[in-house]
Write a protein that binds this ligand. Structure first.
Ligand code: THU
Length: 133
């Protein structure tokens, strides 16, 4: 799927961000293996609970029945391209260790990363209980 199209979709999703505390708005779009697109934005809370845009998009996809996410596009307002946080990386790892991650800015500059770049030597479902009695 065209990267520019997906970046535009993530920019649209970012407009719905609820980020009154950090003022750091993020938009995302998760692409499922069947081609389904699921958008997300970050949603903060006055007790400083917060959900990242990536996780909102991934959870929307999974709760809609998607089985695998093949790509996620993330847009922030930072000119410097900003990669996903550690918690999001671990959530991504659960559903596809080979996930492609496109980080982009509002100028539509982008960089393509892989989860392997961002979370090498990771712990995943296949590591769970391995080697235990
Ligand atoms: N945030 C995201 O939505 N995605 C990231 O990858 C990093 C951080 C959000 C969480 C919080 O609402 C705000 O950005 C500042 O951390």
């Amino acid at each position: 799927m065209d990267t520019r199209f997906l970046i535009n979709k993530a920019i649209e999703a970012r407009k719905k961000a609820y980020a009154p505390y950090s003022r750091h708005k993020v938009g995302a779009v998760a692409v499922a293996s069947d081609g389904g697109l699921y958008t997300g934005c970050n949603i903060e809370n006055c007790v400083f609970l917060g959900e990242c845009a990536e996780r909102v998009a991934i959870y929307k996809a999974l709760s809609s029945g998607a089985k695998k996410i093949v790509k996620i596009v993330v847009v922030t307002g930072n000119k410097k391209l900003s990669p996903p946080c550690g918690i999001c990386r671990q959530v991504m790892r659960e559903f596809n260790p080979k996930l492609e991650i496109v980080v982009a800015n509002l100028q539509k500059e982008f960089k393509i990363l892989t989860l392997q770049d961002l979370l090498p030597y990771s712990f995943g479902p296949d590591s769970f209980r391995l080697g235990q009695d």
